[in-house]
Design a protein around this ligand. Structure first.
Ligand SMILES: [Zn+2]
Length: 127
């Protein structure tokens, strides 16, 4: 796995209030379904853990998503926009709301609710 991607996993987990350190690295809960997920100390995801961009990368720069993008710092790779999710939940979101786009009211609502959830789980990244 690319070091840049491992860095994003670490950014997501170090700023996740539910994430706890273990002897092997980290354990947290899927942002969607709360399944237990593991990430190694170097940022390598375990099992079905995947990196979730809460506001989809493709939505940045689109007028309909402007307010949402601003809530996560205006940058797709900002820690506030990153979460750990199980692969199945991540794929379902990608094929559903992410693909429908921010002009779709229901898609906008789903992503907005997920931004709320991510910000509720926010903590300043641990050193
Ligand atoms: Zn899940």
């Amino acid at each position: 796995m690319r070091p840049a991607l491992r860095r994003l996993f670490l950014l997501a987990i170090e700023s996740d209030a539910l994430a706890e350190r273990t002897a092997q690295g980290w354990v947290t809960r899927c942002l969607h379904c709360r399944t237990r997920l593991h990430v190694a100390s170097d940022g390598t995801p375990g099992g079905s853990a995947s990196l979730e961009h809460v506001v989809p990368r493709a939505w940045f720069g689109k007028r309909a998503a402007e307010a949402l993008a601003a809530r996560v710092g205006g940058d797709a790779d900002d820690a506030r926009n990153l979460g750990v999710a199980c692969a199945r939940c991540n794929q379902d979101k990608g094929k559903g709301p992410d693909a429908r786009g921010p002009a779709d009211a229901r898609a906008l609502e789903v992503v907005s609710t997920l931004v709320d959830r991510r910000l509720q789980r926010w903590r300043p990244p641990l050193a």
